[in-house]
Ligand binder design. Sequence first.
Ligand code: ADP
Ligand code: MG
Length: 276
Amino acid sequence: MKAVAITSGKGGVGKTNVTVNLGLALADAGRRCLLLDADMGLANLDVVLGWASHRTLLDVIEQRVSLESAIARVEPRLHLLPSPSGVLKLERLGEDQRARLVEDIERLRDDYDVLLVDTGSGLTENVLFFCDWADGVVLVTEPEPTALTDGYALVKVLSQSYDVTNIALLVNQVESSTQAAQIRDRFGSVCARHLNLSLPYLGNVLSDPTLPQAVAERRPVFRADSNSPASDCFRRIAARFDEALTCDPAQLRDRRYWTARRREQLQRKISLDPML
Ligand SMILES: Nc1ncnc2c1ncn2[C@@H]1O[C@H](COP(=O)(O)OP(=O)(O)O)[C@@H](O)[C@H]1O
Ligand SMILES: [Mg+2]
């Protein structure tokens, strides 16, 4: 299983729709996909999927049900781990609760080919944790300068403070692929110059009125109209998925080792220094 976090600096740029429709496009290409709603607090993957969930991650975290029994089999190759919305304690999960959750998820590695994690946005603990844990990250942005500067801020923190460098760029809501290519080049050159980081390009999704129409009907656009411009884009992105997000197992092991070491050192420092 390849675990990929779908994230953004700014909210409302299209992460949830990317998670759902990319998941469906990958499922149609024969991959077994699990979607995890980690936008804890403001979860809505189930809404975009048009799925009413009874059991959620909250039941799993509070140990009422097993992780396996909270998985909704939405389609044969598309499963969902939903979260409830408006639950503040989910937004404020402790480090140990998050660690237990991903340990549980690690047990599913052989059951799925791809795990897509909708992380929510911003520099929150939850977002940084899931991006750090995943094998790769998709940074979703729109052409607006605010989305681009917030996206850059997140890439900077991920790469410099967490050593997360396997980040691919997806530009949503563009008028043309030419506009997307300009944004890719500009964003890419800023990351190369200031962070010494090259971002693979996953692709773009055109701005398409079919998408919000489908959201209003609580259907994913990829199922509501598989020939819409947005659906074509998702198919193209699914075809590039493995190439843009290569996950070298040796490199991952190495990075996980150093991340664990850094956490241990930090913990020791905290327990020795009462001021921290
Ligand atoms: N490619 C697109 N074309 C048109 N509208 C879009 C597109 N992507 C997103 N939107 C609009 O933006 C809204 C927010 O998208 P969403 O996936 O919920 O963002 P996020 O999860 O990042 O907050 C959608 O409900 C839709 O109205
Ligand atoms: Mg969302």
